[in-house]
Design a protein around this ligand. Structure first.
Ligand code: MRU
Length: 351
C-alpha cells in the first residue's frame, strides 16, 4: 500500500507571522532552534548573505517576502513614488547571493506584480504573491517527492550532499523530499549524509532534519563517499541544485561534482531534484553560472577557532558545476528529464 507521502513533514523554516517575516536561524542549528523576526528588507538581504536562511528555493521565498517589507516601507515614506524609491533595495536583495537563480526568479515575479499596481496600498497584493510562491514551492516538492521516489528500488541506501531539505525550501525539500517520500514507501533503508565542509549543512542540518523526522541517517566525511559506494551501500546519490543551465549542467554545493564523478565510477545513479524555478534557460551551460566565492575564514576556522597555521591561504568556492553527462535524472515538478540535453530541457520548460 502506498503511504501518504506527506508524512515526515514537520519543518517550516520561513513564516509570515502577523505583519512580519520569521526565519529559522540555520547558523545555530542543531544546538539552538530559534526563529528570528524581520521587518526591514535590508536586514532580510543580510540574513540571506549571512546564511541565516540558505538553500536556493528558501532564499527565493525569503526574498519575495523581503519585497513585501520593502514595499510597505517605501509606500509609507512616499506613496506617490514608492515604485522608484524601492529599486535600490530590490537590487541589494537580488545581489545578496549570486549562484541560486531562485533569488532573481522570485524578485522578478514580485516586480511583475508591482508593475500592475497603479494605486493604493501595494502590500496585500504583494503579500498574496509571496505566499503563492511559498505555497507553490511546497506543492512542487510534494510532486517531485512522488516522481523521484518512484525510481528507487525497495530497501535502498542513498547518499545526499549539503542540505536540500525542508530547511532549504518552503518545506518538505527537494532531494530530501524524494527521501521523505521514498522512506514513507519503504524504498529507503538508510540515508548517508556528507558532512559538507565548510558550513557543515550535512552534519548540522540534514542529519538534524532526518532525526526530527525519524528517518535513519548516517553521517560521513565527504572523503568517505567513494569507499561507501565501493562497499555497495548506496544505489542513488540524490542532491538539489542552485541553478540548472539550459544544457542540463547543474550547480550545487561544492563537492557535488566529486560525488557525481565517484558515483559514475561505482555505478551509483545520480539524481538532481529541483523545481523549474531553479532552471535558468538564459544560462547556456555551467561555465556561465556565477559561482559564489566566500571568505577564507570559513575554511581556515571552525567555530571561530583557527585550524590552519597563520599565513596559510584558503580558496572557498561555495558551489561547483556537475556536467550534464554525469546526471542520470533531473526531477522537477513538471516531470523528469533523463540524461539531460539542451533539447530535453527545452521540452521540459515548454510544458
Ligand atoms: O550554501 P547553501 O547552504 O545555500 O547551499 C545550498 C545547496 O547547495 C543546496 O543543495 C541547493 O540550494 C538546493 S536546496 C533545495
Amino acid at each position: 500500500m502506498i503511504q501518504d507521502t506527506k508524512t515526515h513533514d514537520s519543518l517550516r523554516p520561513i513564516r509570515w507571522f502577523e505583519d512580519h517575516l520569521q526565519l529559522l536561524d540555520q547558523r545555530i542549528l542543531p544546538q539552538l532552534v530559534q526563529m528570528r523576526d524581520y521587518e526591514d528588507v535590508l536586514e532580510v538581504a543580510k540574513a540571506i548573505t549571512d546564511m541565516v536562511v540558505r538553500g536556493a528555493p528558501a532564499i527565493g521565498i525569503t526574498a519575495a517576502y523581503g519585497v513585501v517589507l520593502a514595499a510597505r516601507s517605501h509606500f509609507a515614506q512616499d506613496a506617490g513614488n514608492w515604485q522608484q524609491t524601492i529599486q535600490a533595495d530590490l537590487e541589494t536583495l537580488e545581489n545578496s547571493r549570486p549562484t541560486a537563480i531562485n533569488l532573481a526568479w522570485a524578485v522578478n515575479r514580485m516586480k511583475a506584480v508591482m508593475v500592475g499596481i497603479t494605486s493604493g496600498d501595494p502590500v496585500p497584493r504583494l503579500l498574496a504573491e509571496a505566499q503563492k510562491i511559498h505555497a507553490d514551492d511546497i506543492a512542487a516538492n510534494y510532486k517531485m517527492g512522488e516522481l523521484g521516489a518512484a525510481h528507487i528500488a525497495a530497501n535502498s541506501g542513498v547518499i545526499t550532499h549539503c542540505n536540500a531539505g525542508a530547511l532549504a525550501t518552503g518545506g518538505y525539500g527537494t532531494a530530501l523530499g524524494v527521501i521523505r517520500a521514498g522512506f514513507s514507501r519503504s524504498k529507503i533503508s538508510m540515508v548517508y549524509a556528507d558532512e559538507t565542509r565548510p558550513w557543515l549543512q550535512g552534519a548540522r542540518l540534514t542529519a538534524w532534519e532526518m532525526v526530527q523526522e525519524k528517518i535513519p541517517v548516517t553521517l560521513i566525511a565527504e572523503g568517505a563517499a567513494s569507499y561507501l559506494m565501493k562497499q555497495g551501500k548506496v544505489s542513488w546519490a540524490i542532491v538539489g541544485s542552485d541553478r540548472i543551465a539550459a544544457n542540463g549542467d547543474v550547480a550545487n554545493k561544492i563537492g557535488t561534482y566529486s560525488l557525481a564523478v565517484v558515483a559514475k565510477r561505482h555505478g551509483v545513479k545520480f539524481m538532481v531534484v529541483a523545481p523549474t524555478s531553479t532552471v535558468d534557460m538564459a544560462t547556456a551551460d555551467g561555465d556561465a553560472i556565477p559561482i559564489e566565492l566566500r571568505s577564507e575564514d570559513e575554511i581556515l576556522r571552525v567555530g571561530g577557532n583557527a585550524i590552519a597555521p597563520d599565513g596559510a591561504r584558503a580558496w572557498n568556492p561555495a558551489f561547483d558545476v556537475t556536467p550534464a553527462e554525469l546526471v542520470d535524472i533531473i526531477v522537477t515538478e513538471r516531470g523528469i528529464v533523463t540524461n539531460p540535453t539542451l533539447k530535453k530541457m527545452q521540452e521540459l520548460m515548454a510544458k
